[in-house]
Design a protein around this ligand. Structure first.
Ligand SMILES: [Fe+2]
Ligand SMILES: [Fe+2]
Length: 190
């Protein structure tokens, strides 16, 4: 059974279409930035596999697989699907490639020291074909500049949106943002 058939019954058409598009965008980015295209394709299609789970389903998975979660993660449904998604792919689909699992695990928050595949899934989720949020054109332009430029843009976008809504910012997002600020500083001093 292909990955498409696996995710199809777990979500509505709109989200299924999003996953197909993220997978496509991830493959294009993988080709461009020298990453394994097949891994990008798989991670892309599976990244939101548990997004339509109920809160109880997320909590049950976390208990069942004994996953460490912070208070912020438990109280933020948007963060739960990356955690349970990665656990689903590992424990139920038996995919053991850590890079694929981490790219699902960190696709919402980002984290410092992201691998190329993690960056690709993080960015692909922002620029997939059906995306039409305010700022998507800017994000697409950043992708043309480079992968790190796009990741930094995505982190800024995430933090700005959370600030505007007075929502908490996950520590991994802050640490990743700081990492890029530092990188950019060094780049300018060269
Ligand atoms: Fe997601
Ligand atoms: Fe997504």
């Amino acid at each position: 059974m292909g990955c498409k058939d696996i995710i199809k019954p777990l979500m509505g058409n709109k989200r299924f279409n999003h996953c197909i598009n993220v997978s496509k965008a991830a493959q294009i980015l993988a080709k461009r930035f020298g990453e394994d295209e097949n891994k990008a394709k798989i991670a892309g299609i599976l990244h939101d596999i548990t997004k339509e789970f109920s809160y109880d389903e997320h909590i049950n998975m976390i208990k069942k697989f004994n996953i460490d979660v912070s208070n912020l993660e438990i109280s933020t449904e948007k963060l739960l699907h990356s955690i349970t998604g990665s656990a689903y792919v590992k424990n139920i689909l038996n995919i053991n490639d850590n890079d694929i699992l981490n790219s699902i695990r960190y696709h919402t928050t980002g984290r410092p020291g992201m691998s190329t595949l993690e960056k690709i899934i993080f960015v692909a989720d922002f620029v997939s074909d059906e995306r039409d949020y305010q700022g998507v054109d800017e994000m697409r332009k950043l992708v043309d500049k480079g992968l790190d430029e796009a990741v930094f843009g995505g982190l800024c976008f995430t933090i700005e949106a959370l600030l505007k809504s007075k929502l908490p910012i996950h520590i991994n997002t802050v640490l990743a943002y700081n990492e890029y600020v530092e990188k950019n500083k060094k780049g300018k001093n060269k």
